[in-house]
Design a protein. Sequence first.
Length: 95
Amino acid sequence: MDQRVYVRRLLETYRATPGTCGIVRRPDRLLAAQLYQRGVPIEAVENALTLAAARRLARAADAPPLGVIRSLAYFSPVIKEVLLHSDPVSQHSAS
């Protein structure tokens, strides 16, 4: 997958992720390109967005509401977490 396709797919996934504002800004595009250049598998990023969204939805009903996510950078720690716990064998076989 080339960089253009990777960035487009990642940003489409980000826009559709529950809790996001649905707007892509320049810093989001830059981070998506950096993730591609670092060789981060698109599946790992998609999994991180899903995991973070699920965690936000699984909060206690009486917890104060969370604000809208306005940046792809919000997901950076979860992307790192997913990469840390991912299976290196499956990452290489998916390339």
